[in-house]
Design a protein around this ligand. Structure first.
Ligand code: AP5
Length: 223
């Protein structure tokens, strides 16, 4: 299974990617998670990315393209992946197509999640993430000890710096300007589908699975 999950901040890409990863034993390639891990470990990539991320801007294309190329260099990832948060610019999408051609990878689909902007702001205001395992939660479903402690690993839950309302507003502007144009880029590929991300998590997952099973083709390796 080789899928791109696409959409503005907070639409549920990470949530759905984690469900799909379990379903298909795929590699979840989340550029946001990779960058946050690099920031946490103060690697050269993290040091470079931090100021862009804190401000809600995109990290430069050359850095991101190099990172994805590195990730796709493992056999396991090449065979089955869920790309979450990449590509985000036309330059990244073109570079990804070149990589796929070179590596003989055929993409199964690009799924775009759509959610109202007010709901995005609400969800990100309520999102909590685990500092240790990266699991995503919503205050909508937490109570008591769970408000601060991860159910999965006991790690500390935190509110992302870039989820503060002003930064979310800027991230949405960045999305509209730099990322949304990719919809037309992928619509032409014939493997683009828009999914209603306003529905509840399990229902969105079911809509994605329905599409996958209707459209699954073999083999995945391009001629
Ligand atoms: P990244 O981490 O990728 O952020 P994002 O794309 O803005 O997406 P989010 O993680 O905010 O949201 P999501 O869609 O995954 O939603 P989630 O499932 O968590 O990137 C962060 C930064 O890194 C960028 O700003 C940029 O600086 C840099 N970066 C990353 N990739 C880059 C690239 N390719 N190029 C350049 N820079 C890059 O859900 C959100 C909340 O809603 C959760 O609380 C969840 O529980 C809840 N929720 C999910 N689904 C539902 C539902 N159906 N109903 C109700 N609640 C729901």
């Amino acid at each position: 299974m080789r899928i791109i999950l696409f959409g503005p901040p907070g639409v549920g890409k990470g949530t759905q990617a984690k469900l799909l990863t379990e379903e298909f034993d795929s590699v979840h390639i989340s550029t946001g998670d990779l960058l946050r891990e690099a920031v946490k470990n103060r690697t050269p990539l993290g040091v470079k990315a931090k100021s862009y991320m804190d401000a809600g801007n995109l990290v430069p294309d050359d850095v991101m393209i190099g990172l994805i190329e590195e990730m796709l260099n493992s056999d396991r990832a090449r065979n089955s992946f869920i790309l979450d948060g990449f590509p985000r610019t036309v330059a990244q999408a073109k570079a990804l197509d070149d990589m796929f051609d070179r590596m003989g990878i055929k993409l199964d689909g690009v799924m775009s999640l759509r959610v109202d902007h007010e709901e995005v702001v609400r969800r990100l205001n309520n999102r909590r993430m685990c500092r240790t395992c990266g699991r995503i939660y919503s205050l909508d479903h937490l109570k008591g000890k769970e408000l601060t402690q991860c159910r999965n690993c006991g790690g500390e839950l935190y509110h992302r710096e870039d989820d503060m309302p002003d930064t979310v507003k800027h991230r949405l502007e960045v999305y509209l300007k730099q990322t949304k144009p990719l919809k037309d880029f992928y619509r032409q590929s014939g493997r683009f589908i828009q999914i209603d991300g306003m529905q509840e998590i399990g229902y969105v997952h079911k809509m994605i699975l329905d599409w996958i099973y209707r459209n699954r083709t073999q083999p995945h390796i391009a001629d």
